[in-house]
Design a protein around this ligand. Structure first.
Ligand code: NAP
Length: 250
């Protein structure tokens, strides 16, 4: 039986973070659900030293939604620098951060530029780390459908898509955190790859939304030009188990 460990989940009150905290606790570990509203702030550094004392690993799933590149880049880079230096001071063994598949190729999208800055801050920190790059969550498809809707039609990029359930993401992060640092990135994607259009269609059908969905090669990913493989892993990856249809049924 593995030894009980203390793991600090930065963003532990959010979608992925709350699931990771529960998985850790269910497995008998001590999990700290860290977030700015409970006095542990990765961006300002408030509360980090106390929270990290005695921790074996940190899972960073904090988030900030902005499409201002300077704001989002500053948030992710500053938070990662604060976290990794506090971890080094506290003797934390492993930093795990959740990023996005192909973030480096999509940096014309301001949010992706922020995620790339986050990855770079972690990789250059001197702290042992693993970057887990996930595809878009099933839970994010509603936001995507809304963002691509105009004039009663949902027009999406003509590319592949391979979404993953938040439960699968949380499980992969916990496994990564309890394991050895890769000092590199691993990709994580859902069990099915198909067109972006078909996933949006499946989602809207399940919600009783009959708006037409079409694919258009001129549509980008929120400012980033895309090709067929832009949102899916190109090499080896960890595969989640929960299909969109299964997730929709629950
Ligand atoms: N959506 C997708 O499809 C997708 C795909 C791949 C990767 N990701 C990544 O997944 C990560 C987690 O996303 P999510 O949907 O779980 O986020 P979320 O539900 O919005 O939760 C964000 C969490 O971050 C905390 N937080 C924000 N600022 C903080 C700060 N300064 N210090 C400490 N905690 C802070 C929030 O709590 P407080 O407000 O209390 O601080 C909250 O607990 C993000 O980094 C995102 O880039 C998302």
């Amino acid at each position: 039986m593995s030894k009980m460990k203390k793991v600090v989940v930065i963003g532990g009150t959010g979608l992925i973070g709350s699931k990771a905290v529960k998985l850790l606790q269910d497995a008998g570990h001590e999990a700290v659900a860290a977030s700015s509203r409970n006095g542990i702030n990765a961006y300002t550094g408030e509360g980090l030293a106390d929270a990290l004392a005695g921790a074996d690993a940190v899972i960073d799933v904090s988030n900030m939604m902005s499409f201002d590149k300077d704001v989002i880049t500053d948030f992710f880079a500053t938070s990662s620098r604060n976290l990794t230096s506090a971890e080094l001071a506290a003797g934390v063994r492993h930093h795990v951060v959740l990023s996005i598949v192909n973030a480096d190729q999509l940096a014309a999208n301001p949010y992706m530029a922020g995620k790339l800055a986050q990855e770079e801050a972690v990789a250059s920190s001197g702290q042992a780390y693993t970057i887990v790059r996930a595809t878009q969550f099933h839970e994010f498809i509603e936001t995507l459908a809304g963002a691509y809707a105009a004039d009663g039609v949902v027009k999406v990029p003509d590319i592949d898509f391979q979404p993953i359930a938040a439960d699968d993401v949380a499980a992969a992060l916990v496994e990564a955190a309890l394991g050895e640092p890769k000092n590199g990135a691993v990709d994580l994607a859902g069990p099915e790859r198909a067109s972006f259009e078909s996933f949006i269609r499946t989602y809207l059908d399940a919600k009783g939304d009959a708006r037409p969905v079409s694919a258009d090669a001129s549509v980008d990913y929120f400012g980033a030009p895309v090709v067929m493989g832009s949102l899916v892993p190109s090499g080896n990856y960890i595969k989640g188990e929960i299909t969109l249809a299964e997730w929709l049924r629950t």
